[in-house]
Design a binder for this molecule. Structure first.
Ligand code: MLT
Length: 326
């Protein structure tokens, strides 16, 4: 009996050690899906595809980008929150992960409780643009023009929860004006509408706008960062042109559904950190004005702390602005 008991205990110990190691050994055996909450070809998609290509090399499996659009990113967040926590579904999102918690009265997920944190990736400046034939040629002219014609002007965005919406809202509040909002499922289609002259204004990330600014296919009024950026050194900030304290920086985090095994999360974090040092990634990001975040933010704890602080920061601002949806 004693011998049998010992044998049984030994097998149980071996079995539990094996189970704990299984995810790390057996995963990934098939492609991993990285869910992007906005349209293909747009700023979030560009960051996601650049990271996915590098992470695929490290993980030995393809990381496939899957665009799940709608409701300012909240449809994708709800999808990932309910996905199997098996390491085959990941999520990339930006500031909208925090702002949506205040913008929507009811969300079918809890941004803090329903996800595992993998790490932050890059920060991206925004730019304020108009269609090429818009009457204002610089920020001073733009401010005068929109104050006189606000009821005739529309502003494209990617819905409530998108940073284009947040940036537009901040611009309206800074000037005390209100435009007609035209929502798209991402700023990729919003940019097409701007290029086609169907919408007037768009506030969007450099990861999409730098090629258009350099080609001169849009009117460009400045960057939304505190300081000028390396990728557009001649471009003034909106703040230095008189919109004091106007600052929007877009941060990106990578998440997994709550309950994803720890060894899998550790491997994903390692693959993310490797990607953020990959010269193909750093070169592409620098060309598009994006900056890799410091190592402390690349950790799961760094992302979790940051998300919490962003929820605390934006909640009161959004409530004061009164911009809500059900
Ligand atoms: C996108 O990827 O289309 C943008 O990040 C949407 C947005 O403005 O937030």
């Amino acid at each position: 009996m004693g011998v049998l008991h010992k044998l049984l205990s030994a097998s149980l110990v071996m079995l539990s050690a094996w189970s704990a190691d299984v995810p790390a050994q057996a995963w990934p055996t098939r492609p991993i899906s990285l869910v992007v909450p906005f349209a293909a070809g747009g700023p979030t998609d560009v960051v996601a595809r650049t990271l996915a290509a590098s992470m695929s090399k490290t993980l030995g499996q393809t990381v496939i980008v899957e665009n799940k659009v709608g409701a300012g990113g909240t449809i994708a967040a709800a999808f990932v929150a309910k996905a199997a926590p098996d390491g085959y579904t990941l999520f990339i999102h930006h500031n909208g992960m925090a702002t949506s918690t205040a913008l929507y009265r009811k969300l079918p997920y809890d941004a803090l409780a329903d996800f595992e944190y993998i790490g932050q990736a890059v920060d991206v400046p925004m730019t304020l643009l108009a269609r090429k034939d818009f009457p204002a040629n610089n920020l001073t002219e733009l401010i005068a023009y929109v104050r006189a014609n606000q009821d005739k002007i529309n502003l494209a965005n990617a819905g409530l929860g998108a940073v284009s919406q947040l940036c537009g809202l901040m611009f309206e509040r800074a000037l005390g004006v209100k435009f007609t909002a035209i929502p798209f499922q991402g700023t990729a289609p919003a940019m097409q509408a701007l290029l086609g002259g169907q919408v007037d204004l768009l506030c969007d990330q450099t990861t999409q706008t730098i090629p258009q600014i350099k080609a001169g296919s849009v009117k460009f009024y400045g960057v939304t960062t505190r300081n000028r950026i390396k990728a557009l050194p001649e471009a003034p900030t909106l703040a230095e042109q008189g919109l004091k304290d106007f600052e929007v920086l877009v941060w990106h985090g990578i998440y997994a559904p709550r309950g994803t095994p720890r060894p899998v999360l550790a491997s994903l974090n390692a693959a993310l950190r490797t990607a953020l040092k990959d010269p193909d990634v750093t070169r592409r990001m620098a060309e598009l004005g994006a900056e890799v975040v410091p190592e402390s933010k690349q950790s799961p704890e760094g992302l979790q702390t940051w998300l919490k602080s962003e929820i605390d920061k934006w909640g009161p601002v959004i409530k004061a602005a009164g911009a809500f949806a059900d």
